[in-house]
Design a protein around this ligand. Structure first.
Ligand code: SF4
Length: 345
C-alpha cells in the first residue's frame, strides 16, 4: 500500500461529509417491536374465527382495526363493515371493533335483535372501567384524547355526564370542573406519550389536586412503538411508518419521529405510495409500522427498498413483546342459533 502524502489533490474532491454519505452502504433500520399489538391480533382473529364458525356474513361495526388492507382482506372473506349496529338486519351477528363502544351501542344491538361479539381490546376496556368507577365516585373526568376518535367516543359514552374531552394542552384553558379537589385524568390508549404528559402538566398547573389513573392508559404497544421510532430517528435521514391515515397510533409514530429530529417522516399504507424523491441523498431509512399493520406490508416496503439499493437490514430492537389476549368469550357459543331465537321473541 502506498504512503499517503499531504500533497493537495489536483482535482477537487467531495467534502468529507459527502464522501462518507455516498460511500456508506444504503441500509434500512427496522424497528422492533412494530406492527400488530395483542389487541389488534385478537380482534382480527376474532373476525376470522367468527366467519369460520358461523359462516358469512358477519357484520362488523366500524373498521375492526384502523387498517385498509386488513379491512379489505376480511371483506373478501365475508365480513360486512357497517357504520352503525342499526344498519344490521335483525337475527344477525355483529362484532364490535377493538376501539370499544359506548353502552348505548350494546343497547342498540339488543333492540335490533342482534347477537354480539365484543372485540374491544382489554386495555381499552380497562379505561372504560376506570371511567365508570370514577363517575360512580362523582369525580370530574378529564379524558385526554382526540376529538371524534372512535375510542374516545366509546369511553366518553360510559359516563357522558362526568367526562370532558381534553384534546391537547391548548384545550386546558377552557376546562371547567365542579370541584377541583375531585378531578381525575384518563387518556386514549394510542396517544403520543410526550404530548400527553404536556397536557397532564398543564392540567396539574390548573388543578394541583388532579389525580392520575391507577396505571398508564397509553398502552404498552403504543409506548413501545414510540420508543423504537425515537431510536431509529436518531440514526436515519428518512423514516417510513406503514399505517393507515385513520390510525391514531401510526400518525403519532410519524409525529414522534419528526419531533426526535429526523429530517423527513412519512406514513404510507402500501409500498406503492412511497415517492422515489424521498430517497434523494438518504443512506439510512428507518422503517416501522403501526399497531394495526400486518407485517406482510412491511415486507413489501423492504422489497421495494431493496430494489433501490437498500440491501442491508439492521434490526433496532428496543423491547420484547410477549403479551397475548384470549379471544372474546362469545365465540364459544352458538351465536347463529342465539340470533335466530332473538327474532322469534
Ligand atoms: S394499540 Fe394498545 S389499546 Fe389499542 S388495540 Fe393495541 S394493545 Fe389494545
Amino acid at each position: 500500500m502506498g504512503r499517503m502524502t499531504a500533497t493537495p489533490a489536483p482535482t477537487p474532491e467531495p467534502a468529507p461529509a459527502d464522501r462518507s454519505a455516498t460511500d456508506r452502504p444504503k441500509r434500512v433500520l427496522l424497528a422492533a417491536p412494530r406492527g400488530y399489538c395483542a389487541g389488534v391480533d385478537r380482534a382480527v382473529i376474532a373476525v376470522e374465527k367468527a366467519l369460520e364458525q358461523y359462516g358469512a356474513p358477519v357484520y362488523v361495526r366500524h373498521e375492526i382495526v384502523h387498517n385498509k388492507y386488513v379491512v379489505q382482506t376480511l371483506e373478501r372473506k365475508g365480513a360486512i363493515f357497517v357504520d352503525q349496529a342499526t344498519e344490521v338486519p335483525p337475527g344477525n351477528i355483529v362484532m364490535f371493533s377493538a376501539h370499544g363502544v359506548a353502552p348505548t351501542v350494546h343497547e342498540e344491538a339488543r333492540q335490533g335483535r342482534l347477537a354480539t361479539i365484543d372485540a374491544t381490546c382489554p386495555l381499552v376496556t380497562k379505561v372504560h372501567k376506570e371511567a365508570v368507577r370514577y363517575a360512580k365516585e362523582d369525580f370530574d373526568i378529564l379524558l385526554i384524547g382526540h376529538e371524534g376518535h372512535e375510542e374516545v367516543i366509546g369511553t366518553s359514552g360510559e359516563a357522558p355526564d362526568h367526562i370532558q374531552l381534553v384534546d391537547g394542552p391548548e384545550d386546558v384553558a377552557k376546562v371547567e370542573v365542579r370541584d377541583p379537589s375531585r378531578v381525575v385524568w384518563l387518556s386514549q390508549t394510542t396517544l403520543s406519550v410526550d404530548e400527553t404528559m404536556e397536557t397532564v402538566d398543564a392540567l396539574k398547573t390548573k388543578f394541583p389536586q388532579l389525580i392520575s389513573p391507577p396505571s398508564d392508559d397509553i398502552c404498552y404497544a403504543t409506548q413501545n412503538r414510540q420508543i423504537a421510532i425515537k431510536e431509529l430517528a436518531g440514526q436515519a435521514e428518512l423514516v417510513i411508518v406503514v399505517g393507515s391515515k385513520n390510525s391514531s397510533n401510526s400518525i403519532r409514530m410519524v409525529e414522534v419521529a419528526k419531533q426526535a429530529g429526523v429530517p423527513a417522516a412519512y406514513l404510507v399504507d402500501f409500498a406503492s405510495e412511497i415517492d422515489e424523491s424521498w430517497l434523494e441523498g438518504v443512506t439510512s431509512v428507518g422503517l416501522s409500522s403501526g399497531a394495526s399493520v400486518p407485517d406482510v406490508l412491511v415486507q413489501e416496503v423492504l422489497e421495494w427498498l431493496a430494489q433501490r439499493g437498500y440491501l442491508d437490514v439492521e434490526l433496532v430492537k428496543t423491547a420484547d413483546e410477549t403479551l397475548t389476549f384470549s379471544l372474546p368469550k362469545e365465540l364459544r357459543r352458538d351465536l347463529r342459533a342465539e340470533a335466530a331465537e332473538l327474532v322469534k321473541e
